[in-house]
Design a protein around this ligand. Structure first.
Ligand SMILES: C[S@@+](CC[C@H](N)C(=O)[O-])C[C@H]1O[C@@H](n2cnc3c(N)ncnc32)[C@H](O)[C@@H]1O
Length: 639
């Protein structure tokens, strides 16, 4: 741009204005096209030089590209630079050119070329940042490489063979802060429902964080406090009865913007290239509007940041956070979100091969490890969604929150890798299961694999919603015997409706595992052998599913291994006392329980010590020591 600048006007939206006096006839703007190609509703033209081509009635002509068969004239055939982008796409996808022309000479198939070239240029812009990304970040550990594909965008691969449990990446966050759609919380320690306010700016800050904490560790004082104070941006109290308070939604984007100013290079090379799905987000007009008003316009208006951050930039940051941020927990267990520009490049898969731990005690550093052995060049994947949801639920979450349709092996297989995690019992025959015909298509019908019965997606949705509502009601009950007995009742009832491994049944099984041994009347010492067996069966059922969906070093697996070891030990002891087991059998079963604990510790050893999983790891370690001592003390006379 020579003598113009971009402005924002409430009537015109974005517009250009002269940036200095300009004389008549002077050049105001000079610009190269972002992309160009044939105009809409044209006839058949050469995709290299755009001259009209004569095609025969059957769409036949010699003027065809040798690689993809789309129209290219004889002059351009060896050097059609403009055509190269779409040529690769068409050749790879085997999209042929039909050559159909309407009566008025229009060839509609060519209307896709210019939009496709615009998209290709966006991709080129992105792949340039791929080059920057591969070289830039100075990570403490990095055994990965950045690749790019039209399906995934950028993604990470293992740059060398990596064994399960080994580190792939260690990275410090670019920014961290409260989640959106949250309640009023302390802006430094994220403790919910704080009444106290920061003495400097009046925004929520709990007493201990206002008084005691070192300023360097106080995120609020370090970051947004001075901005809010300088602008005299008032924090409004949450109206009674509100569940969440949108005024706090601006804090995390503001922290990213402040980090951008503090680390401009890191922003440019690492954060700016992150996917933010602007077009898709704009389609949800209500949410887009709410974000514009509550975040962009709030920061530019009451927070007086209009001359530092444009509305587009703020909306980009909102999108970057929505698509890329990871949820984490403080040492006290309060949720927050963190932005890791490099680890955030990981692609999604519904059967992940990496696991991450985030460490509050080390400035929220992230560590990414291999869950299973990885080969050099293998794509690294983690799950953006809950692996123990069915395909329809996972797909909805990924479509609505991450803006893509997952086509992983699990999603494309109606049986979810033979687990039947979404299968319903057929209402017409006794032995059949109802499965979706096209699992990634929302409106796909469902059909029985044993008889010819089929039903609509809507009917299946209604059944599943009704059952899920019943499960939610049980989950909402207080932790006690009624909750346990209701969960058992629902599991029995669902036997005639769901596959035993259906995700709704699995969620009830998981709930029961956590309750057997803990709720009143069902505490560990009170459980009969039959109920101990029940807990062990439930653990094994859930582990069977986890073996498929979270193979290797999975956190959920570790939790269930721990849960399983307890009934095994108690059953072994009571079996020995009742003379049902020999000494050798007792020892054998205790050694099995030791193996479960060893694997549990192997998985959880990398968790932050203050986290729930880290605490379970120390408990499992102690149990392992005690059990090992007991087995050693059994003596050989038992054999
Ligand atoms: C957290 S970002 C990953 C990095 C991103 N590819 C980039 O270039 O910045 C998430 C986005 O990557 C793409 N993506 C990740 N996994 C995918 C998958 N399995 N299939 C299709 N797109 C995927 C989607 O566009 C998604 O919204």
């Amino acid at each position: 741009m020579l003598k113009a600048r971009l402005e924002h006007d409430s009537v015109y939206g974005r517009c250009l204005a002269t940036s200095e006096p300009v004389e008549s006839g002077e050049v105001v703007v000079e610009e190269l096209p972002f992309a160009y190609g044939p105009k809409r509703d044209s006839g058949i033209v050469c995709l290299g030089c755009y001259r009209y081509l004569q095609f025969g009635e059957d769409g036949d002509s010699l003027d065809r590209c040798e690689l993809c068969d789309w129209p290219i004239c004889g002059n351009c055939v060896d050097d059609a630079a403009d055509h190269r982008g779409e040529c690769e796409v068409f050749a790879a996808a085997r999209v042929t050119f039909a050559g159909n022309v309407s009566e008025d000479g229009v060839c509609p198939q060519l209307d896709c070329i210019t939009p496709l070239r615009c998209y290709a240029h966006l991709i080129i812009a992105r792949s340039m940042s791929v080059a920057a990304m591969t070289a830039t970040p100075a990570l403490d550990v990095n055994r990965t490489a950045v690749e790019w594909s039209p399906v995934y965008g950028r993604y990470l691969t293992a740059s060398e063979p990596v064994q399960r449990g080994e580190l792939l990446i260690e990275e410090q966050p670019f920014a961290l802060g409260p989640k959106c759609n949250g309640y009023v919380l302390c802006l430094s320690c994220y403790r919910p429902e704080v009444q106290e306010r920061c003495a400097l700016c009046g925004w929520p800050l709990c007493g201990p964080c206002s008084d005691g904490e070192e300023e360097e560790e106080n995120h609020h004082l370090q970051l947004e406090c001075s901005v809010l104070r300088a602008a005299r941006a008032r924090f409004y109290e949450m109206p009674a009865g509100s569940k969440y308070w949108p005024q706090l939604d601006c804090i995390m984007p503001l922290r990213v913007l402040l980090a951008k100013e503090a680390q401009p290079e890191r922003w440019l090379n690492e954060v700016a290239p992150m996917e933010h799905h602007e077009l898709e987000r704009r389609e949800n007009a209500d949410v887009w509007h709410a974000d514009r008003v509550n975040i962009a316009q709030y920061l530019r208006g009451p927070c007086k940041l209009a001359d530092r951050f444009s509305e587009e930039l703020i909306m980009q940051v909102v999108g970057v956070l929505e698509v890329n941020a990871f949820e984490s927990r403080t040492s006290q267990g309060y949720p927050l979100r963190c932005l890791f520009p490099y680890t955030g490049i990981l692609a999604h898969n519904c059967v992940p091969n990496t696991a991450r731990t985030i460490h509050p005690s080390e400035g929220y550093k992230i560590r990414l490890r291999a869950m299973v052995d990885l080969e050099e060049g293998q794509q690294l994947q983690h799950s953006y969604t809950y692996t123990l949801d069915g395909t329809a639920q996972r797909q909805a979450h990924l479509r609505e929150g991450k803006y893509f349709v997952c086509s992983c092996e699990r999603c494309l297989d109606a049986s979810e890798l033979q687990t039947h995690f979404s299968s319903l019992k057929c209402g017409q025959c006794t032995e059949g299961w109802l499965l979706p015909k096209q699992p990634t298509v929302v409106e796909s019908s469902w059909s029985c694999r044993s008889c010819d019965y089929s039903t609509s997606a809507e009917d299946v949705r209604q059944i599943v919603c009704a059952l899920q509502a019943e499960v939610n009601a049980v989950q909402a009950l207080d932790m006690g015997p009624k909750r346990l007995e209701e969960a058992e009742r629902l599991l029995r009832k669902y036997k005639s409706l769901l596959h035993p491994s259906h995700y709704i049944a699995t969620s009830l099984q998981q709930l029961l595992i956590e309750m057997y041994g803990r709720v009143q009347g069902y505490e560990m010492v009170q459980l009969t052998d039959q109920l101990l067996e029940r807990k062990a069966i439930l653990c094994r059922d859930v582990l069977r599913v986890l073996n498929v969906f979270e193979p290797g070093l999975s956190r959920a697996r570790a939790m269930n291994l721990y849960e399983l070891h307890v009934p095994l030990v108690l059953l072994a002891k009571s079996g020995f006392i009742a003379n049902k087991l020999t000494g050798g059998e007792l020892r054998g079963q205790l050694v099995d329980a030791i193996d479960l604990l060893k694997e549990c510790v192997e998985i959880l050893q990398h968790e932050d010590q203050s986290s729930q999983e880290g605490i379970l790891c120390s408990v499992a370690r102690q149990a392992l020591q005690q059990l090992t001592i007991s087995v050693e003390g059994l003596g050989s006379e038992l054999d």
